[in-house]
Write a protein that binds this ligand. Structure first.
Ligand code: PMV
Length: 322
């Protein structure tokens, strides 16, 4: 079984995990989050029976690192428990991305969404998976969430509200673009699993949690009205606040590079613009707009003498069975 699932970019961030941290309640968030599902940035997961007497896990064409192997096998066990499969044969799991991992393009979201779907399809067949997608999407979202929180929002699209154990699509079909400035392809030093917990130690964290329901409602309204001029300032404020929580925590983490800060500063000082930024837990900048803006970003980079690859993406609808 082979499934491709998209990444997503959060407009309201999942940054903080709710205790208790046991496996059933794993990755429950301290707040509701809201995201745009992407189209091109995807993970492709293929699952077959292994020809060896053990699970073989390959990530980007090479044997998985022990930590990744452990996370993936754990997720296999969760899905088996959900499907009440007690006696399974060893699996060959191949996971690949259309984009570099660990760079703020939320590869864990797409990979755990794809893994969840591919496992269900492998064990129960394609038509069971197709009918689960139609009738059991909240369960699939909650299962993906236990692999990686943000994966809960990669099971459908184009806009997902994750509120409680699972995420659901909100009725909005606005075509927005996400133009990503790939300032670094290096894997981030502090994984988001740790980043969540460190940010929660910030004394300002509880005030952020109190502010979020109003900001989330405002984002939902901006999506409903398809108003980029209302949406833009909200997502920028949210991204900066998430990073501030990490940067000013007792154990601070700064995910941004000097070049990220230079570009953000230049963007904030533009007299007029038709794009707005957001950030994941990484140095790369996502520019959200109603039209393609690659050439405006290239002009900006030229003026700043910064070289960067640009990834062009747009709002999308979710996983595909291949
Ligand atoms: O799913 P995780 O644990 O990798 O958390 C990622 C959280 C952010 O990407 C930083 C924000 C979000 O809501 O996607």
């Amino acid at each position: 079984m082979k499934v491709s699932a998209p990444s997503n970019i959060a407009f309201i961030k999942y940054w903080g995990k709710q205790p208790p941290l046991n496996d059933q309640t794993r990755n429950l968030a301290t707040n509701s989050s809201l995201s745009m599902t992407l189209t091109r940035a995807r993970s492709i997961v293929e699952i077959r029976d292994s020809s060896e007497s053990r699970d073989v896990i390959e990530v980007f064409g090479a044997p998985a690192k022990p930590k990744d192997q452990e996370k993936i096998v754990k997720h296999v066990e969760r899905i088996c428990a959900y499907l009440e499969i007690t006696n399974r044969s060893p699996l060959l799991v191949k996971s690949d991305n259309t984009f570099p991992a660990g760079t703020g393009l939320a590869s864990s979201a797409s990979s755990f969404a794809a893994l969840t779907f591919a496992l269900i399809g492998h064990f129960k067949g394609r038509s069971f998976l197709e009918s689960s997608i139609k009738t059991q999407l909240p369960f699939l979202s909650a299962l993906a969430r236990r692999g990686s929180g943000s994966a809960a929002r990669s099971v459908c699209g184009p806009y997902m509200l994750w509120d409680g154990p699972s995420a659901r699509a909100i009725p909005c079909h606005w075509k927005l673009y996400d133009t990503v400035l790939m300032l670094s392809k290096v894997h981030k030093a502090v994984p988001s699993s740790e980043g969540h917990l460190l940010a929660m130690e910030n004394p300002e964290f509880s005030d952020r949690i109190k502010r979020l329901p109003a900001r989330t409602a405002a984002v939902l309204e901006a999506l409903d009205q398809r108003s980029i001029s209302r949406l833009g300032p909200l997502i920028e404020e949210e991204a900066l606040e998430m990073h501030q929580m990490s940067r000013t925590a007792p154990n601070p983490v700064d995910y941004l590079l000097p070049s990220t800060k230079t570009v953000l500063h230049a963007v904030q000082n533009l007299k007029s613009r038709n794009f707005f930024f957001t950030l994941d837990a990484g140095p790369n900048i996502h520019f959200i707009s109603e039209t393609p803006i690659k050439s405006s970003i290239e002009d900006l980079l030229r003026n700043l003498n910064i070289k960067s690859e640009i990834w062009e993406d747009e709002a999308g609808i979710g996983p595909e069975l291949l």
